[in-house]
Design a protein around this ligand. Structure first.
Ligand code: 2AM
Ligand code: CA
Ligand code: CA
Ligand code: CA
Length: 264
């Protein structure tokens, strides 16, 4: 990895710890909670504060980089040319509010659309997942073993119950047989953490129907560097500038699920 990226990596890890300390403080104080697009789409003062914190740091340190953030304090990104940071200050805001755990900071850094650095920081458990292109993925500095193939019958798959009830994105008949055939299913409510769990082998796959780039940017680099596969539900590459279904999996399992369960 080039020296320039090593320096960026050091900065990000330092900033993540500082942001983590701010979040710990905020968890002791009263949150300001607002809704966005609908009544379950939540945002707090902390989401905004943490996004602004990273954007100020990045703009000051790397003025020629571009930043895309969920809460809108970054740039309007129309292309992936150059260095683009994609940031979710708190992924799992509902968990942050209701549970005070099971949320994470997610950051992906891309050069001309290629994922170079990926971070998911589980602040409450102090678990920092880091991926560097070509070097692999790490949990608190320890290399994560390369993901090995597994079959559906032995797989623990993460998905939201929404996708096996009536919904406007997918026929419940598609995923119900997969839920039945899997060893178990889980649902954590943070896309970034669920992707980090796949990278760490805690989950075998994660499926969801509609995420924005900031939800999956950090996890994408993590899972790829751990030897997993990241596509949309139809096996196609993700679009970093738009909304996508997301299907993250160990190798082998990815092909089996696409072939046996997913029919367009
Ligand atoms: P967020 O907490 O950053 O909004 C849980 O449903 C997962 O889906 C979280 O990773 C959440 O990210 C993401 N998500 C994406 N769009 C969402 C929306 N409109 N409402 C709630 N969660 C959303
Ligand atoms: Ca949100
Ligand atoms: Ca998110
Ligand atoms: Ca968020």
């Amino acid at each position: 990895m080039q020296e320039k990226w090593k320096e960026i990596d050091e900065c990000v890890q330092h900033w993540l710890k500082e942001a983590g300390a701010r979040i710990h403080t905020a968890l002791e104080e009263k949150l300001t909670i607002e809704t966005k697009a609908h009544r379950n789409d939540l945002v707090t003062n902390v989401d905004r504060e943490i996004e602004r914190f990273f954007i100020e740091k990045i703009r000051k340190t790397f003025p020629d980089h571009h930043v895309l953030g969920e809460e809108g304090f970054g740039d309007e990104i129309k292309t992936l040319q150059g260095v683009v940071w994609i940031i979710d200050p708190i992924d799992g805001t509902m968990n942050f509010i209701h549970q005070k755990r099971n949320f994470a900071i997610s950051i992906g850094v891309f050069e001309n659309g290629v994922g170079i650095l990926g971070y998911v920081y589980d602040v409450v458990h102090d678990e920092l997942y880091v991926a560097r292109k070509g070097e692999g993925a790490f949990l608190n500095g320890k290399p994560l073993p390369r993901l090995e193939p597994v079959s559906v019958s032995e797989a623990v798959i993460s998905l939201n119950a929404t996708w096996v009830t009536e919904n406007k994105r997918i026929d419940p008949k598609v995923l119900a047989p997969l839920v039945k055939a899997a060893r178990g299913t889980r649902s954590y409510g943070s896309a970034a953490l669920e992707m980090a769990y796949v990278a760490a082998g805690r989950l075998d796959a994660y499926i969801t129907m509609r995420l924005s780039p900031w939800d999956f940017a950090g996890g994408l680099v993590l899972v790829q560097e751990a030897g997993g596969i990241v596509t949309n539900l139809y096996g196609e590459p993700l679009d970093l500038l738009g909304k996508n279904s997301v299907f993250v999996s160990k190798p082998g399992l990815h092909e089996e699920i696409l072939q046996k369960y997913i029919h367009r």
